[in-house]
Design a protein around this ligand. Structure first.
Ligand code: C2O
Length: 586
């Protein structure tokens, strides 16, 4: 290589002074940047999916787990870190893992929903999910996104502030993760397969769980009950996740106030309550002060069952908040009985509403205005009529029908030969269409007495295309078809502002007055009120294919979903990255 010696040895004073200053500042900036990059870590893990014997409610099941753990391992990272998780499928089912709530900026290939952003990992196969946490802090979680495998394949994802940053509240003395789950005294895959075969509603679960344990109100569960230790005078940060499949849950702790500080990995303006309501998919971070007489207090959760007359699991799962140095009776500490808190009635919609209306962002936020895409999605159930000869076996739903569910009357069907993202990027025809309707094809009184002729959705794979950086508003309108109920609607790849919610039909003329365009909460899952509506807004700044669906697994099984295509922007950093080399093929 030829080096111009003369140039290299040019005397310093011939360089302009401005340039030296500029260079020096640049060097400092580069150094600071390099430091913060050095702080951002890469966490590499291996998740081996395998059947493991798990005993609950007196009976052992060959349960699908991650690394033999149920619930699975907790991932702990700092905002800005990268995760690299090799998933090795040693189970007998196809499977994918979804990182619920992670924005996945430009990394849609790592999002995980089966047949949406990837083909499933076949038994014996593997896939490495690689993505970076950007600007999110709090609690998220991960779960299988194939069939009902998430019943047992799930775990927490804790995101702490960047090193050197702190929480926007006094640092708690302790932190505890509480994963609320749902357990079937059966193989959950058999439960959903049976329902799919018959067209009837699947069996409800046999108990709820906290960190995989039913708690001592359930049979054979006493000695393994989850214990959360506290010291008098301390503050504990509880990270609560509703990882149940099909049930909204109320959550409370005897004699202790809960101060909500975050939800879905965004901070909220703190507010105090005695009870939380979480829809499946949602997370809530709360501070509790251990300021009560040292004793044992139950942490309890049970159903918020909003659908009238529908069967639900009516058990109460518990864990124990246990103070150190409890004055023990002569019989010993084991005989100290925990104090049981009151829980709202199963159908207490008023409590759920008061809770969800308490959420605000910590300060004024930039809510998108000048909406480019004003969408109106009717979400709810439906029934599929059957040809009479099919009746007996496959049509055991109400009046010889099969259960269905839809958005804007489209009951979503996943492809089976390509993922939607792959079909979109590679231009493979015939996998989906892009004519998902921006509003219900027929307008009707959504929450009234809906005519039977409107109960039959159409099975399709319709997507809706969004331009890069389109400002989107969606009115999520619940319907009373078959039955009205609360739907936890989750959008992949995005956080959105929930700017309003209400009961009945959304009225564009009068309900605009209810919009909070100042400090609405930022979430990834909206609990659409039973027989009501929610309005959400976001900017489509993340290219890819993104699923929008009800996080009740029974509803996604029935088709309560759709997907957005978000186009690439023009800049290099506004485009979806190339697919990883090990992306599974169908
Ligand atoms: Cu938590 Cu589509 O999922």
């Amino acid at each position: 290589m030829f080096i111009n010696k003369k140039k290299l040895m040019e005397p310093f004073h011939s360089i302009p002074k401005n340039f030296i200053i500029f260079f020096f500042v640049g060097f400092l900036l580069f150094f600071a940047n390099a430091l913060s990059l050095a702080n951002a870590k890469v966490h590499s893990h291996q998740f081996v999916i395998q059947a493991t014997p798990v005993k609950r409610l007196c009976k052992t099941h060959n349960t699908i787990t991650v690394n033999g753990q149920y619930p699975g391992p907790t991932l702990e990272v700092n905002n800005g870190d990268t995760l690299e998780i090799k998933v090795v499928n040693k189970a007998r089912y196809n499977l994918t893992i979804h990182w619920h709530g992670v924005r996945q900026m430009r990394t849609a290939w790592a999002d995980g929903p089966e047949f949406v952003t990837q083909c499933p990992i076949r038994p014996g196969g593997s896939y490495t999910y690689r993505f970076t946490i950007q600007g999110q802090e709090g609690t998220l979680w991960w779960h299988a996104h194939s069939s009902w495998l998430r019943a047992t394949v799930y775990g927490g994802l804790i995101i702490r502030p960047k090193e050197g940053d702190s929480y926007p509240f006094p640092k708690p003395n302790r932190e505890s993760l509480l994963l609320l789950g749902e357990w079937w005294d059966a193989n959950p895959i058999d439960v959903v397969r049976e329902a799919t075969r018959t067209g009837a509603a699947p069996n409800v679960s046999d108990t709820f769980t906290i960190n995989g344990q039913p708690g001592d109100l359930l049979k054979c569960s006493g000695k393994d009950t989850t214990v959360v230790p506290v010291n008098f005078g301390e503050t504990n940060l509880l990270r609560i996740v509703n990882s149940a499949l099909n049930q909204q849950l109320f959550f409370t702790i005897a004699n202790h106030k809960l101060t909500v500080v975050g939800a879905d990995a965004s901070y909220v303006k703190p507010f105090t309550t005695s009870v939380l309501m979480l829809g499946p998919g949602q997370t809530t971070d709360v501070l509790i002060a251990a300021d009560q007489p040292p004793a044992k207090y139950y942490i309890a959760a049970r159903a918020y069952a909003s659908a009238q007359g529908a069967p639900f699991d009516n058990t109460t799962t518990t864990a124990i908040l246990e103070y150190k140095n409890i004055p023990c009776p002569p019989k010993g500490c084991a005989s100290v009985k925990p104090i049981l808190p009151p829980l709202p009635a199963y159908n207490d919609t008023a409590t759920s509403t008061t809770f969800s209306k308490s959420f605000r962002s910590p300060r004024k936020v930039l809510v998108p205005t000048d909406i480019d895409e004003s969408l109106y999605f009717a979400v709810g159930l439906g029934l599929q009529n059957c040809p009479s000869r099919a009746r007996a076996r496959n049509c055991q739903g109400p009046n010889g029908t099969r259960f269905a569910a839809s958005m804007n009357n489209a009951s979503f069907v996943l492809p089976s030969n390509f993922s939607l993202l792959q079909a979109y990027k590679q231009g493979i025809p015939g996998v989906f269409t892009t004519d998902f309707p921006a509003a219900p094809p027929v307008k009707f009184d959504y929450t009234g007495n809906v005519s039977r002729s409107l109960w039959q959705p159409v099975k399709t794979t319709k997507l809706y295309k969004l331009k890069y950086e389109a400002r989107v508003q969606i009115v999520l309108q619940g319907t009373s078809i078959f039955t009205a109920e609360n739907h936890p609607i989750h959008l992949h790849g995005y956080d959105f502002y929930i700017i309003a919610e209400g009961f009945g039909n959304f009225n564009p003329k009068t309900d605009k007055a209810k919009f909070n365009l100042v400090d609405p909460p930022l979430r990834n899952t909206a609990s659409v009120p039973v027989g009501g509506w929610s309005v959400i807004r976001f900017v489509a700044d993340n290219p890819g294919v993104w699923l929008l669906h009800c996080h009740l697994d029974v509803h996604i099984t029935w088709g309560l979903a759709m997907a957005f295509i978000v186009e690439d922007g023009v800049g290099e950093l506004q485009k979806l990255e190339a697919p990883p080399a090990d992306l599974p093929v169908c």
